[in-house]
Design a protein. Sequence first.
Length: 212
Amino acid sequence: MRSRQADPLPEVALSNAPASVAPPGATRALFGTNPLAFAVPSKEGAPTIVVDQSMSAVTKTEMILRRDRGEAIPIGWAQDGNGQPTTDAATGLEGSLLPAGGRKGANIALLVEVLAAALTGSALSTEASAFGNEEGGRPHVGQFLIAIDPDHFAAGHFSEAMDNLVASHDAAGVRLPGHFGRKQPVCVDADLWKKAVLLSKRRRIDRPKLAR
């Protein structure tokens, strides 16, 4: 007799990262980009909502791309080493990124730090070594995962509520993150595509995987 596969559960996943983000008023980075992700399944099992976002106003990768292209960045993305706003990507990378949503975003990054690092006994963002090189050893950042059984809290109501949530967004002309709508083509610069293909053909070097 085959056992019934467990129904997919709503999940929340948090992770801290090496310090690169300064909360409002700070002159140096105290948090990492500290991503927060969550997924909510539909009654059919396919994801209805999928969100995976960092708590910085912009990714470090985008900052590097802007620097390399010599492009300015908007105010609110980063600050210099003295805590002053900057539109220069190189200066921002030498200083620190800023949180999405100002103080509110910084508060969420703080929550991620408490749950993913302090609660799990992992390294705080200010103690973690960089992801981009092997200096300082492994970062030892932490991850925190919650899986929730909806029937334990709202038996029979959760699926209906999620259907109504999707319908209300559809009626407003928007879709929930991860709720697939019309597929849109993605255009990739030819030089970038060639670079990606070249990198994919390089021989991989076996080494310990670093945390995200």
